[in-house]
Design a binder for this molecule. Structure first.
Ligand SMILES: Cc1cc2nc3c(=O)[nH]c(=O)nc-3n(C[C@H](O)[C@H](O)[C@H](O)COP(=O)(O)OP(=O)(O)OC[C@H]3O[C@@H](n4cnc5c(N)ncnc54)[C@H](O)[C@@H]3O)c2cc1C
Length: 396
């Protein structure tokens, strides 16, 4: 099979390269560079990201994959892949709106599409608070206990969410939350999916700090938070199915291999110029062997991602293929960094901020942080269950 891209996408890649080099110059280690940012709590970097999103929106590329009726160009599969790959390879912090937009296109009520989609397309709404996980509902998400009780034209929501990545940032105005609206129904069938105003009275946000001392997540406490009934996404008590669409988009991430390819190339450059224990890193056969293995792993991941993008471009929701992509990618990414850190020997233990740390301590920091991929969005055992049951038809 020939995966060569057409000359028309070569021209787009050239324009993308120029755009990113001109417009993205953040001194922080937070977007595009890392898997999970080190400077996650730097507000100035988030401001730069928003500026970049607005400029990107003005190019027309940002939403060119969207259907025409929502203001996009419904561009073909090949162009989408070429664009996203090039953006990621050039270390653009973002290339298109998040997974909330396609989910709303499929499940959102008319007013939700009319209100949110143009604001997402312009870059005004960049991030959402995703209120899925709870202390006793992570991998077993359908066990969630946050309760919503009907009160006139509103829902009153009470409960606790955890591991919320975005909710505490002042620019995050909206959340999409899973809540239990029918406690008598079987657990998947009594859940509704709500759009929540993050400034609602009764909503309290408390910090959760990561191993590097960064404020990475929040716990969100809800005490009789009033949410208008019209904020239900899809049908009442059928929120589980709309949320699964969200997760399938979240799991598709095709830019992972392109970013890691760039990291690998930087590392190879470093290995070509750096001596450890008196000899160039690249002169060590074990180093060359490891880097070749990493290159193969990245390429395999890229091929699997192509399949997901192809299915999405046909309007399908590739649940099982996305699970496969996530499973492979979430192993591949920490592997790449763990192997790089290992190749640096004792220097690989020097952390960010230490002046002698090779590559600014980036490989080792990411070896730690990228391990989070193995949990975020559902652990690898859960992905394996999806593949076993939905792709291979194995019994539960
Ligand atoms: C960086 C990061 C960002 C996140 N951001 C958000 C966010 O914005 N919003 C949000 O709602 N959540 C977020 N999460 C939470 C994430 O979705 C959960 O961590 C994930 O669903 C796993 O849940 P848990 O941590 O409770 O682990 P658990 O559910 O306790 O699982 C622990 C381990 O047991 C395994 N396991 C569990 N059940 C089974 C089973 N039945 N069979 C086999 N193995 C099983 C899991 O695979 C995992 O390895 C984030 C997590 C991370 C790491």
């Amino acid at each position: 099979m020939d995966f060569a891209f057409s000359p028309k996408t070569d021209e787009l890649r050239r324009q993308v390269r120029e755009f990113v080099q001109r417009e993205w110059d953040s001194p922080y280690d937070s977007h595009g560079n890392t898997v999970y940012s080190l400077d996650v709590d730097v507000q100035e970097d988030e401001r730069l990201l928003q500026e970049f999103a607005r400029k990107l929106s003005a190019t027309g590329w940002y939403t060119m994959a969207w259907p025409v009726e929502h203001g996009g160009e419904a561009i073909d599969y090949e162009t989408q892949v070429a664009y996203r790959e090039e953006m990621a390879y050039q270390r653009a912090p973002i290339s298109e709106p998040g997974f909330e937009a396609p989910m709303l296109m499929i499940h959102g009520q008319d007013w939700q599409k009319e209100y949110f989609l143009p604001r997402i397309a312009s870059g005004e709404i960049l991030s959402w608070s995703q209120g899925f996980s709870e202390p006793n509902a992570g991998a077993d998400l359908a066990n969630l206990q946050t309760r919503a009780v009907r009160d006139g034209d509103d829902w009153l929501v009470t409960g606790q969410k955890i591991w919320n990545s975005q909710g505490h940032h002042p620019w995050v105005k909206w959340g999409h939350y899973l809540v239990r609206t029918d406690p008598e129904a079987p657990k998947h069938r009594g859940i509704s999916y709500l759009i929540v105003d993050m400034e609602s009275p009764g909503l309290v946000i408390r910090p959760l700090i990561d191993a590097f001392g960064r404020r990475r997540w929040s716990e969100i406490f809800l005490d009789n938070v009033r949410v208008p009934a019209r904020n239900v996404i899809g049908e009442e008590n059928r929120g589980w199915y709309a949320a699964m669409t969200t997760l399938s988009f979240e799991r598709s991430g095709i830019d992972g291999p392109a970013r890691r390819l760039r990291d690998l190339e930087d590392f190879i450059d470093f290995a070509n110029h750096t001596k450890i224990n008196g000899r160039l890193l690249v002169d060590d056969a074990m180093v060359r062997h490891t880097l070749a293995n990493v290159r193969v792993e990245i390429e395999v991941c890229r091929m699997i991602c192509y399949e997901v993008a192809w299915l999405q471009s046909k309007g399908e929701v590739p649940i099982r293929e996305s699970a496969l992509t996530k499973l492979f990618r979430d192993e591949m990414i920490p592997n790449v960094f763990e192997k790089m850190a290992h190749l640096l020997g004792e220097y690989g233990a020097l952390m960010v901020g230490e002046p002698r740390a090779p590559l600014r301590g980036y490989p080792v920091a990411n070896a730690y942080l990228a391990g989070m991929n193995r949990f975020a969005g559902g652990g690898r055992e859960i992905q394996k269950n999806i593949i076993a049951q939905r792709a291979l038809g194995l019994p539960r």
